[in-house]
Design a binder for this molecule. Structure first.
Ligand code: AIR
Length: 184
């Protein structure tokens, strides 16, 4: 087998397997030979098994980082693994959709999403995953009424697609709530 070929139970790559299958006997998976590189899928699975983050912290802009760092700090102090990403529901909708759809498979259990202005991010994340989503309404340079714009955007979700909403700029509370959801 060439190093690029994936390890399969294909009868051509496992001599005798076709005959065994025809006799109703179990077919063995062809394991990669010693020193042979792992298939891409096997490598991905191995990566998943190495203590994956439990909480995803996402935000609409780099300018949100000073406020959202408080969530990461709180989780770290509690010994809860997290990852932090910047992605805008309006500027990069496909990135947000992909991240949210894959979150559960990657081992995430809760997502904290912060955004300012027309803060669609938490709602869009919740539209693509059934993981619990905690929204953090943020103040921004051009906020209206001290962040009321973001607060309403996050809290006023349509029935059936819930987002928990903490106070304006209160990313720390989002982390405390995530810890309670995780039971730790
Ligand atoms: N934002 C970014 N994409 C969609 C929204 N609602 C928010 C960010 C940030 C604000 O717009 O979450 O709070 C301003 O972003 P920026 O990048 O102009 O500083």
């Amino acid at each position: 087998m060439s190093p690029d070929e994936p390890a399969t139970s294909d009868s051509e790559s496992a001599p005798g397997a076709a005959g065994e299958a025809a006799r109703g006997e179990p077919r063995l998976m062809a394991a990669p030979a010693a020193g042979e590189p792992m298939s891409e899928t096997a490598a991905e699975i191995e990566e998943l098994e190495v203590d994956p983050p439990l909480v995803g912290i996402v935000m609409g802009s780099k300018s949100d980082l000073p406020a959202m760092e408080k969530a990461e700090q709180e989780l770290t102090e509690r010994g809860i693994r997290s990852e932090t990403r910047v992605m805008s529901a309006h500027r990069e909708p496909d990135v947000v959709a992909d991240y949210s759809r894959n979150a559960k498979l990657r081992g995430l259990r809760v997502i904290i999403a912060g955004a300012g202005l027309s803060a669609a991010l938490p709602g869009v994340v919740a539209a693509h995953t059934d993981l619990p989503v905690i929204g953090v309404p943020l103040t921004s340079r051009t906020s209206v009424a001290g962040g009321l714009d973001a607060l309403l955007s996050i809290a006023q979700m349509p029935p059936g697609v819930p987002v928990a909403c903490v106070g304006v700029d209160n990313a720390r509370n989002a982390a405390v709530l995530a810890a309670r959801i995780l039971g730790s």
